[in-house]
Design a binder for this molecule. Structure first.
Ligand SMILES: [Zn+2]
Length: 338
């Protein structure tokens, strides 16, 4: 079959790879309904993470179970499933506490930019839908696997409440999903920070009430001006750079929570500055598995349409163009037909 392999900076190829097999009794092999490129795939693509050996890319997935190992009991061949990018047993103390992304048996999904993928710990990781979903819902179900679950976690971690004022730093797919999540959680005001017209439009569609296109001091001033000089009750940091994290903390009112889900690259914070900011911070890799049943239900009932975040669709063979389009910000998120 064809699969996606990253060899080094800006060198991603679609090439012939072996089909995945059941390696452990707790594995499942699924046939993907679609795949996609994640913003976090761009870190190694841009050479910001070391690529020491060829990497099988792809960690967002949904599709139909082909085969399960002998110990798998909760899913069976023929069922449609969605899983998290974090593999988890869903039974250890961290999983039971709702932090499946720190599972004692955690692995990170790989190899899902392909028609078939092996999912370890299938019982703990996969959530089956009651029946096969209609094709038009596939992009939204695929989004639940990572970007929607991550945006949702950012809002959950930032303790978005009904009526609260939320600021979202970052207009990538996760930031836009954070807007959608804040809306679902009943936020009264959602301020999206974005300088890009297409992304601003999508943010407004997902529920943003205000757009702030300024950054740094001017961005902070705008948010303060919009909140009577107070700052936001909840801030979602969905980028991972020092500038974005600093912006998030400066936009937050004392007592606010910041949900930070951008993988930090070069972020260092001053202790005294943090101390006097009086903000709480919760972040890390999203425990998407905690939210999956609810998110799948919202999609199946057509209450949300996170799949709108895909603005470019390509065949798997053109995966390299999918990476480039996102890298150059010509696309928000690339869906891959497998
Ligand atoms: Zn666990």
């Amino acid at each position: 079959m064809l699969g996606t392999i990253l060899y080094g900076a800006r060198d991603v190829r679609c090439e012939e790879v072996p089909e995945p097999k059941i390696l452990h009794s707790t594995d499942a092999v699924i046939r993907l309904s679609a795949s996609c490129v994640c913003g976090s795939d761009l870190w190694p693509f841009r050479g910001l993470n070391d690529v020491t050996s060829p990497m099988a890319m792809g960690h967002e997935y949904c599709g139909v179970v082909e085969e399960v190992g002998s110990a798998v009991t909760s899913v069976r061949p023929g069922q449609f499933v969605v899983g998290s990018f974090c593999i988890s047993d869903n039974t250890c103390p961290h999983c039971r506490f709702g932090f499946q992304s720190s599972c004692q048996q955690r692995e990170f999904m790989t190899g899902a930019q392909a028609p078939l993928a092996r999912v370890p710990l299938a019982d703990g990781t996969l959530v089956a839908t009651p029946e096969l979903p209609p094709d038009d819902l596939i992009p939204s179900l695929l989004a639940a696997s990572d970007v929607l679950g991550t945006g949702w976690y950012a809002a959950d971690a930032a303790r978005v409440q009904p009526g609260s004022t939320v600021a979202v730093v970052g207009d990538g797919a996760v930031g836009l999903m954070g807007v959608l999540a804040a809306k679902q959680m009943g936020a009264g005001r959602i301020i999206a920070m974005s300088r890009h017209k297409a992304r601003q439009r999508l943010a407004l569609e997902f529920g943003a009430t205000d757009i702030v296109s300024e950054r740094s001091d001017a961005g902070v001033d705008r948010i303060k001006a919009l909140t009577d000089g107070i700052g936001a009750d909840s801030v979602l940091e969905c980028v991972g750079t020092k500038e974005a994290m600093t912006q998030a903390i400066r936009c937050a009112r004392p007592g606010a929570m910041i949900g930070y889900v951008g993988v930090p690259h070069g972020v260092e914070l001053d202790g005294q500055w943090l101390f006097f900011s009086q903000t709480g911070m919760m972040g890390g890799p999203a425990p998407v598995r905690r939210f999956l049943p609810h998110l799948i239900d919202l999609v199946l009932k057509r209450k949300i349409e996170p799949g709108k975040v895909f603005d470019l669709t390509l065949p798997l063979a053109d995966v390299a163009e999918g990476y480039r389009a996102m890298d150059e910000r010509r696309a928000i998120k690339t869906l891959l037909r497998v």
